[in-house]
Design a protein around this ligand. Structure first.
Ligand code: IPM
Ligand code: MG
Length: 371
């Protein structure tokens, strides 16, 4: 049956295909029990695409992703691709999708589920109840700005360089996303840069301050240097609500925030483009933060929950189905209340399981919640 929901699935490499296969069982559950169905297309990406076609992202796959309402992405990369030239590395596919689809706003929620409080490397009293979102600028800064590359200076010395450049419109649009999100939460935005040493940081702070004066109603704005933010995240993470920062700092700080929640295996993310004024639609890609985890790939051990939570974000942000998103989130939490745990979140008194066991617990929880 044709639906008006076009979802493109890109499982990618490493544990990507395993956690995706598991998550598609949740998609089937939604079709069966909530009458939510998708037109699903699949595409190879990363190393898997390179193996087949010699490119980590073909034009065809990119065109399909642009045409879909939403992309559900697994993970890319693996040691077998380490020696490939820069432009052919699996990660280029992800960066290419972000850039070509103009997915400038990356939302990375870090939420501590009560049953996982003890899985965090920090003390329970520091992390319990933690609920923050990092809003990472995703299409600019040092990941993309020119000049970047490698050359030889006048003395014959090889040098390599990347540029952290931002313009006011790039800063404003990510600032707006952070303000809008904060309005639906506790209303506190922390803007993070290194204005003490970087020109791009000075501009970032100026533009955020001006944007707040003009459009920041209902939101408080504070500023913090990125190094201090890294420290504060492990010292007292609950002081934050929404953190907005550039591409590189967002990459670093979101891994740190992820670990506060107990495991990188729990964290979803949404990468969103601008809303098209005529169609009301936006490009969007949803992916777990964990990456391809080659060390455990192919063994059925991976935690599929970040991929399931990424599906929940897809329902919320691309299809405005907040209720169904919440149902999935509650099912994940209920599953964690049970005794089955994958290795990354294993705890005393629990039974270790793999990808299938964990997704089975989610499906059982969905059945129970839907009853
Ligand atoms: C992430 C990842 C990517 C990044 C890699 C895989 C290119 O670490 O999404 O955080 O650096 O952005
Ligand atoms: Mg990263």
């Amino acid at each position: 049956m044709a639906t008006n929901r076009q979802m493109m699935v890109m499982a990618g490499d490493g544990i990507g295909p395993e956690v995706m296969t598991a998550t598609l069982k949740v998609v089937d559950w939604l079709a069966k029990h909530r009458s939510i169905s998708f037109d699903i297309s699949e595409g190879l990406v990363g190393g898997a695409a390179y193996d087949k076609s010699g490119s980590p992202l073909t034009d065809e796959t990119l065109a399909d992703a642009m045409a879909a309402d939403a992309v559900l992405f697994g993970a890319v990369g693996g040691p077998e691709y380490d020696d490939l030239p820069f432009e052919l590395k699996p990660e280029r596919a992800l960066l290419g999708l972000r850039k070509e689809m103009d997915l400038f706003a990356n939302l990375r929620p870090a939420l501590v589920f009560p049953p996982l409080v003890s899985a965090s490397s920090l003390k329970p009293e520091i992390v319990s109840g933690l609920n923050i979102v990092i809003v990472r600028e995703l299409t600019g800064g040092i990941y993309f700005a020119e000049p970047r590359g490698r050359d030889t200076d006048a003395n014959g010395m090889v040098r390599a360089f990347d540029t952290n450049m931002y313009t006011p419109p790039e800063i404003e649009r990510i600032g707006r996303v952070a303000f809008d999100l904060a309005r639906k939460r506790d209303g506190a935005v922390m803007s993070v840069e290194k204005a003490n040493v970087m020109h791009s940081g000075v501009l970032w702070r100026e533009v955020m301050t001006a944007l707040h004066a003009a459009e920041g109603e209902g939101v408080s704005l504070s500023h913090m240097y990125a190094d201090n933010c890294a420290m504060q995240l492990v010292r007292n993470p609950r002081q934050f609500d929404v953190i907005v920062t550039d591409n590189l700092f967002g990459d670093l700080l979101s891994d740190c925030a992820a670990m506060l929640t107990g495991s990188l295996g729990m964290l979803p993310s949404a990468s969103l483009g601008a809303i098209d004024e005529t169609t009301g639609k936006r490009h969007a890609l949803y992916e777990p933060v964990h990456g391809s985890a080659p060390d455990i790939a192919g063994q059925g051990l991976a935690n599929p929950l970040a991929q399931v939570l990424s599906l929940a974000m897809l329902l919320r942000y691309s299809f405005d189905q907040g209720d169904d998103a919440e149902l999935l989130e509650r099912a994940v939490e209920k599953a964690l209340d049970g005794e089955l745990r994958t290795g990354d979140i294993m705890a005393d008194g629990c039974t270790q399981t793999g990808t299938d066991g964990m997704i089975g617990a989610v499906l059982d929880s969905l059945d129970a919640l839907a009853r």
